[in-house]
Design a protein around this ligand. Structure first.
Ligand code: IMP
Ligand code: MG
Length: 174
């Protein structure tokens, strides 16, 4: 099997499946009867988002935005917008779907940007979160797992573009 070198499994695919189904069910309950846009942040969220939306049993819209802030295995501190959002979010409820909240630089940028688009509400869904690294206090409304300040890959998360296709989440030494 395709496994990263110098790595150990942090979350097995079975545990991931379970947590994703649980989040999907919670979102289904919370957004019944509302107009929901699920907004994935590319590229890291695409695997999580693909699984998650199939556990949301509602008539939703799915959109993407592409942002980048990481340089190899560390945060560059600034955010680049590679593909902007063209959809009108006015009167729509939005859930931002992120692979991981690390420093929160990307999330700060996105929350500020969405404010200007007049959505009915904005919530945050993150597969992973590193609370010890957050630079502000964030409310993560839907969260898979909390992790320590370590570098992880797999299930959409990459190191220099690689390992996004790994089924488990691995901790790697870089
Ligand atoms: P932030 O802006 O510092 O919160 O970083 C967010 C982005 O950095 C995430 O969406 C990921 O793409 C990337 N990132 C942060 N930590 C990791 C990690 O451990 N592995 C892979 N990518 C990461
Ligand atoms: Mg990302």
């Amino acid at each position: 099997m395709n496994e990263p070198k110098n790595s150990s499994i942090l979350f097995h695919e079975h545990a991931i499946k379970e947590v994703v189904a649980k989040i999907g069910l919670q979102i289904t309950t919370d957004y019944k009867g509302r107009s929901l846009v699920v907004l994935g942040v590319l590229k890291g969220s695409f695997v999580f988002l693909a699984d998650l939306i199939r556990h949301i049993d509602l008539d939703i819209e799915t959109e993407f935005i592409q942002l980048a802030s990481y340089d190899g295995a560390k945060s560059s501190g600034k955010v680049t917008l590679n593909a902007p959002l063209k959809t009108d979010l006015r009167n729509h409820h939005v859930i931002i779907v992120e692979d991981i909240i690390d420093t929160g630089t990307t999330l700060d940028y996105l929350l500020a940007m969405l404010k200007g688009k007049g959505p009915a509400s904005v919530r945050v869904c993150a597969f992973l979160s590193k609370p010890s690294v957050h630079k502000n206090r964030y409310t993560i409304d839907y969260q898979g797992f909390e992790i320590a300040n370590e570098f992880v890959v797999g299930y959409g998360l990459d190191y220099r573009g690689r390992y996004r296709n790994c089924r488990h989440v691995y901790q790697i030494k870089v």
